[in-house]
Design a protein around this ligand. Structure first.
Ligand code: SF4
Length: 368
């Protein structure tokens, strides 16, 4: 018997994955989704609160996945010791691999799996996702719900005839001429796959989804084992404002680390917050977020500082001991104020619109 895929959704503790869980639960209540959370042992309490609240809303357990289960230490500390005190960084992200990806891959094993990823319609990135062939990522918040590898195959010039024939089966004559015009045009340096993809999506998102779904039937992708897929007709595109609206509509509390906190520098008032979930010491933080941690969670800042020894620091060119000096804190606040005053011309109601500018540097497993 063909094994049907499992449907899974990773909750990172961030707003987007939580909103996706709420969205799918309310819009597609028949999707039997397994929720999981990769616990590094170094998350903020706010993340734990969100997960508990979500479990009540979803009426389902969010499975806690922990790396190094046999160890007496937190997963992060276990591997930190194993790597001889070497701190992770954006160029050496052993933490994401060991604490997030590997426990996730162990959780799914060799089962075919559809993994829902909460990258929004207003984001460019694909995210840091598993490349195992039994795991297929789907992006319900985007106009294009398919992963890069699927799109590459569908739009490959070698598959033009197959895609044209699939369209012929689902589209009426009038529309078909226009669509085949696009399908039969090979991609090239002048006509990039992204342009072709957008043209096809503009001619009908759900039509495109149906063609891709049929195309996948002759592949080993997990969706090839399904008779139908409920998201094929979904044409929603959700952007940042929609995410907050979902929290408001369903009465789930936005994690409090996103809340603006006032600070004063040179008699001017500024606001800071944290832009993302993940470990409290995450090296992806901006300097102003480290200052937020120092002033709002001094105990956690001190813990982060204790990891800095033997020449290893969380930030390049500056230790947390240096960053926490009053003169340096003042300078970071001044620089941030200068910068955010400029960016405030965007007129965004959310402080994280400013903080999230570097979000693309993060990873989809930890932060969305
Ligand atoms: S939140 Fe940051 S430190 Fe923690 S696992 Fe993710 S990338 Fe690594």
């Amino acid at each position: 018997m063909i094994k049907k895929p499992r449907h899974v959704l990773g909750i990172s503790g961030g707003k987007d994955s939580a909103a996706l869980a709420i969205y799918l639960k309310t819009k597609y209540p028949n999707l039997d989704i397994e929720y999981y959370f990769c616990d590094t042992g170094k998350e903020l309490d706010e993340t734990k609160h969100l997960i508990e609240e979500l479990e009540v809303f979803l009426g389902k357990e969010i499975k806690r996945l922990r790396a190094a289960r046999g160890s007496s230490e937190d997963p992060f500390d276990h591997y930190h010791k194993l790597f001889g005190g070497y701190l992770p960084s954006s160029s050496a992200r052993w933490c994401t691999k060991k604490l997030k990806l590997e426990p996730f891959e162990e959780f799914v094993g060799s089962d075919p799996v559809i993994s829902y990823v909460a990258i929004r319609g207003d984001e460019e990135r694909e995210g840091y996702i598993s490349k195992k062939s039994n795991i297929q990522s789907i992006f319900p918040f985007r106009k294009n719900i398919w992963s890069e590898d699927v799109i590459r195959k569908v739009l490959s010039n070698e598959n033009i005839t197959t895609i044209a024939s699939l369209y012929s089966k689902v589209v009426s004559d009038g529309q078909l001429v226009r669509i085949l015009d696009v399908v039969n045009t090979p991609t090239s340096l002048a006509y990039k796959p992204d342009n072709k993809l957008n043209s096809l999506l503009d001619l009908g998102i759900s039509l495109f989804n149906k063609v891709v779904f049929e195309f996948l039937k002759n592949t080993d992708y997990p969706l090839s084992k399904c008779d139908d897929f409920t998201l094929l007709d979904n044409e929603d595109v959700l952007v940042r404002d929609d995410i907050f609206q979902i929290f408001a509509d369903y009465g789930v509390t936005v994690p409090s680390y996103y809340n603006k906190v006032n600070f004063q520098v040179n008699e001017k008032i500024g606001h800071y917050a944290r832009s993302r979930s993940g470990c409290f010491f995450c090296f992806f933080q901006q300097k102003i977020e480290w200052v937020w941690l120092l002033e709002n969670h001094p105990d956690l800042f001190n813990k982060a500082m204790k990891y800095e020894k033997d020449g290893y620091t969380w930030n390049q060119n500056e230790s947390l001991a240096e960053l926490s000096q009053p003169k340096r804190v003042k300078q970071i606040k001044e620089d941030y104020l200068k910068n955010s005053n400029h960016k405030n011309t965007l007129n965004s109601p959310y402080l994280i619109d400013i903080l999230e500018e570097t979000e693309k540097d993060g990873c989809s497993i930890c932060f969305i």
